[in-house]
Design a protein around this ligand. Sequence first.
Ligand code: PLP
Length: 407
Amino acid sequence: MKFGSIDFDNYLKDYPNKEGFFGPYGGAFIPEELKAPMAEITEAYFKIAKSRKFIAELRRIRKEFQGRPTPVSHLERLSNSLGNVQIYAKREDLNHSGAHKLNHCMGEALLAKYMGKKKIIAETGAGQHGVALATAAAYFGLECDIYMGSVDIKKQAPNVARMKILGARVVEVTHGLATLKEAVDSAFEAYMKEYKDCIYCIGSVVGPHPFPMMVRDFQHVVGEEAREQFLEMTGELPDTIIACVGGGSNAAGFFSGFINDPVEIIGVEPLGRGPKLGDHAASLSYGSEGIMHGFNSIMLKDENGDPAPVYSVASGLDYPSSGPEHAYWKDLGRVKYDVADDEATIDAFYKLSRMEGIIPAIESSHALAHAIKLAKERDHGSILVNLSGRGDKDMDYVIEHFGIPEK
Ligand SMILES: *Cc1c(COP(=O)(O)O)cnc(C)c1O
């Protein structure tokens, strides 16, 4: 199917190209020492992860351990309260460990095992990626080192405890501001020293090639399942699909299942407190082209051209760029990117909890907030939202900062 000048019939095979580019975006802008380890992962990915044995094993794990397929739910009471538009949710909150992140962590860890590696390494900010990766490491019997800034370690005590209970080593990073950026630097430094025995596992569709491609492909199961389930439930495709976009992994997996269909696709970024730089993390909506963390994409920059400070009520969306494929989809016009602010997001969080009995992650509540907005504006149609995770992790924060509404 053609959208503009691009034919999407073989999209997943055609993109990225050999060098990891989606149009002008992506690539691998890395120090010389990292080129060999990245090439090793790329080669292993094409040789191993595309083999029938690997695919069959991952499929079995998804079913028996992760609890896939996760269902699609019709949000009937919520839909009826808004008008005629029918809203549905793909329930990644029911994926083991409570979010979509385990989909790519299990893929990356299985690849590590096939490559004969003993250890997986990553950084984490809020701890969600660290917990998912520690879960995968425990399942496969791999060592796991998670680099985390000391500021984040103090803020995210429950996730630190989870990682330790799961057997991971949480390595405290104390230099600089001691948050995510320093943790990324330290994790890459460790990886360069240890790469013979380990692989680096990134937490979203970001970083140098092959990660944006690999993570998208491991998340593709979300879109593939959702498409089939929605067709079976309703006999047709949804008119519109929506996901939240931080780095962009849940959205990339979900969208890629519908990329060749006549379906409107919308990614929702966090507008936070408003459009002023520093008050949000809506990188695709307000950013410009630039290179950070080894890839070219659209990013939010400060006056020196460095990654700008960002804010989001959802710690999982708090990132000054997004995956290169999203930047490309935006340029092509294949995906529209819009925003939801804190207020609309918290409202959606409570609406879903009270009308459907589902407490969503604040990240996912951004996507839901936009679905609610469209359902009020339109007089018919269907919307399928990717509910990327459950909100148990966010309950204390929401109550402390926003209180509990009466109704
Ligand atoms: C981490 C996280 C996100 C954001 O990450 P993406 O790579 O943009 O998907 C969204 N939802 C949940 C529940 C998360 O934990």
